[in-house]
Design a protein around this ligand. Structure first.
Ligand code: KIV
Ligand code: ZN
Length: 514
């Protein structure tokens, strides 16, 4: 009730009108390629950085922080190339040191982001400098950037743990020196929204240039703090895709942008329908998988399982969806499991073009619930098998691909080789292929025998159902042919066989979909 009332009011007047310090349009400064790359274990190659920079440009971020050019030759080259290729403004990071700023200038960036710590902890233990010395270094850095004709973004690092009087003094000094934007970093993620509002409110009264906000997620408040800063007058937000970043990460772009658009009625230049595909790209290129319950872009963000929810969502999506998934380029998923109801199963069967009467539907639903209740993931493949069983179909005869035989040769220091014999539409086919490991070799041989080299394994997940080296291996696989993707599963004592069963199940399912 509250949401719909809010949404209704927002549509009519726009909630920014209720918050006098809020700007109507907020700029998005993306730091996925800089702070995001500081995520432990993440390093983007030049090719990956370029691909991401183009995707960030495409989605409409206002500024891309491409990296820290002084860091290494590779980093310098990446920032320079992004600067020459990207359609968006490109920023380079620099400590308040001439050498760092020169590296940014040489990389041909459009603006320089220079920073220096202002908190007592950093001054004493990291910088070993006095407040005066740091303030002088900050001013000198900003002047140097401005003298070289570039706009300057200045960050007093660890601002939220700095003495307010000193923070204001440094911000005013760099403003006078020519900084066009001042960013307030919550470097160790320790502020909370009410405090953030107060801090930005005070700074907004003292500083006249653009105010930017950079929040870390150590207490899970990066997004809330970013939004609070906007409420208090910041007109630029620093975010990363998928919330990547140092330690617990930075404020997530999707959540900040959708929070601004939907909850506050404030716009950005982000094309929201590109949010989900961008998140997937970053997941793939960073190797960091999102939790399924990650807001907006997680696998479960628009997934419904419980009977009550599915029934209502099928009638009117907004009953249990705060936004339409298409708004962020995602899709609604009806999930089969312990909590599923008759309407969810009916909708899934309809999607699969399987006609059932009401008695059969009840029976299928009860079997799906039983399977889910045993803690098993229930895939479409399982639903098809249950339906086939109850409808008295002959599943084996419907399968286009059937495994006849498999031989695997594996020697230490040699690529494993798999020889496979399949029946494809009743005709025997065989193939022999190698791979980086036994599973890869067998899957390559299957693709080759079926003559479908374009089939890709998009996801592969292995669970051991029981303990010990004879544990049952449960392989879940996502296969796609460029047009459609399906999930499939195989369970066997042998990992290779579990993978073969899952892959063949997936192929059969793809072929069945046509
Ligand atoms: O978290 C931080 O303080 C930073 C600065 C470089 C802005 O990333
Ligand atoms: Zn940071």
């Amino acid at each position: 009730m509250f949401f719909f009332l809010r949404a209704h009011i927002d549509i009519i007047i726009g909630s920014w009108l209720n918050m006098p310090d809020m700007q109507k349009k907020i700029k998005v400064f993306d730091t996925t390629l800089r702070d995001g790359e500081q995520t432990p274990g993440v390093a983007f190659t030049l090719e990956k950085k370029l691909e991401l920079a183009h995707a960030l440009s495409d989605i409409g971020v206002d500024i891309i922080e491409a990296g820290f050019p002084i860091n290494s030759e590779d980093e310098f080259r990446a920032v320079k190339q992004i600067s020459s290729e990207a359609d968006t403004k490109v920023c380079g990071l620099a400590r308040a040191l001439i050498s760092d700023i020169d590296a940014c200038l040489k990389a041909d960036v459009d603006l320089v982001h220079t920073f220096i710590s202002t908190s007592p902890q950093h001054l004493k233990y990291q910088m070993m400098k006095s407040e005066e010395e740091v303030c002088e270094m900050a001013v000198a850095a900003v002047e140097y950037i401005v003298d070289h004709g570039l706009p300057c973004l200045f960050s007093p690092m660890d601002a939220t743990r700095s003495d307010l009087g000193y923070l204001v003094k440094v911000c005013k000094a760099v403003e006078e020196a020519g900084a066009g934007t001042i960013n307030i970093p919550d470097t160790v993620g320790v502020i909370y929204p009410t405090e953030m509002k107060e801090l930005i409110g005070k700074l907004r009264k003292e500083i006249h240039v653009d105010l930017d906000i950079h929040c870390h997620n150590d207490f899970g408040m990066a997004v809330a703090n970013t939004l609070a800063a906007v409420e208090a007058g910041c007109n630029q937000v620093q975010t990363t895709v998928n919330g990547l970043g140092e330690r617990a990460g930075n404020a997530d772009m999707a959540q900040v942008v959708m929070g601004l658009h939907v909850l506050y009625g404030v716009k950005t230049n982000i094309k929201t329908e590109k949010i989900y595909p961008l998140s997937k790209l970053v997941e793939r290129l960073s190797g960091i998988r999102l939790m399924p319950n990650f807001p907006i872009v997680g696998d479960n963000a628009f997934a419904h399982e419980s009977g009550i929810h599915v029934h209502a969502v099928l009638k009117k999506a907004e009953t249990f969806e705060p936004i339409n998934p298409e708004m962020v380029g995602a899709r609604r998923r009806l999930v089969l499991g312990k909590h599923v109801g008759i309407h969810g199963v009916a909708a899934k069967l309809k999607e699969l073009d399987i006609a059932v009467d009401s008695e059969q539907l009840r029976e299928i639903t009860s079997k799906v619930k039983d399977l889910g209740g045993k803690g098993k993931k229930v895939f479409e493949e399982d639903l098809i098998a249950i339906a086939e069983d109850i409808l008295g179909m002959v599943p084996q005869a419907e399968r286009k691909i059937v495994l006849i035989d498999l031989e695997l040769q594996s020697k230490i220091n040699k690529k494993p080789v798999a020889s496979i014999i399949l029946k494809v539409d009743g005709v025997e086919k065989n193939a022999k292929e190698d791979g980086v490991g036994p599973v890869d070799a067998v899957l390559n041989a299957i693709k080759s025998a079926v003559g479908r080299e374009e089939i890709l394994v998009e996801e592969y997940h292995l669970d051991a159902i029981t303990g010990g080296s004879d544990a049952l291996a449960d392989v879940t696989i996502r296969v796609g042919d460029g047009r459609r993707t399906v999930m499939a599963r195989g369970v066997h004592e042998d990992i290779v066989m579990a993978s073969v069963i899952a892959f063949i199940n997936g192929l059969n399912r793809l072929l069945r979909l046509g």
